[in-house]
Design a protein around this ligand. Structure first.
Ligand code: SF4
Ligand code: SF4
Length: 157
């Protein structure tokens, strides 16, 4: 009875369509909810290092010096943590799978060179930021000094 059942199953499977797909020869049908490739619109990336710190598999690295963002496609488990936590929303999950490869497929994107106008705007923004920080520190120092003086007067009285 057992061998008859086994033979029947084997014969049936011989004429069935395979359960697996011939990826990548036969392209898969992607849906809008398919999760595959994390993509970075690098113009919006501020190299803040949030995505590497939120990635459970350490698939992402950020190099501030070289202004590059790198992802190891085969280490990514498509958990979406980086996409959800990116402060500038420059990361997206594309409905497409990584191509099979024998090598580690590291993908690196570099921030584009700034135009002269963008450079000037960036420098101006940095100067303003430095001024704001200096003003805030001066105000804090003045507050601390006033407080210390008040405490000193109170102790004498
Ligand atoms: S989707 Fe998840 S595993 Fe993939 S890079 Fe982002 S945080 Fe890492
Ligand atoms: S979290 Fe977003 S802005 Fe920050 S480094 Fe990653 S991709 Fe760039």
């Amino acid at each position: 009875m057992g061998s008859f059942h086994l033979m029947r199953m084997s014969l049936r499977n011989l004429f069935r369509k395979p359960a697996t797909k011939m990826y990548p020869v036969v392209p898969p049908a992607y849906t809008s909810r398919s999760k595959g490739l994390v993509s970075n619109d690098i113009k919006g990336c501020i190299l803040c290092n949030v995505c590497p710190s939120r990635c459970p598999t350490h698939a992402i690295t950020v190099n501030k010096q070289d202004e590059t963002w790198t992802i190891d496609r085969f280490a990514c488990i498509q958990c979406l943590s980086c996409v959800r936590n990116c402060p500038t929303k420059c990361l997206t999950m594309e409905p497409e799978y990584a191509k099979p490869s024998r090598e580690k497929s590291l993908v690196t994107v570099r921030k584009p060179e700034l135009t002269p106008e963008e450079k000037l705007a960036k420098e101006a923004a940095e100067r303003k930021k430095a001024e704001r920080i200096a003003q805030a520190m001066a105000a804090k120092a003045a507050r601390d000094a006033a407080k210390a003086e008040g405490e000193g007067t109170g102790a004498e009285g």
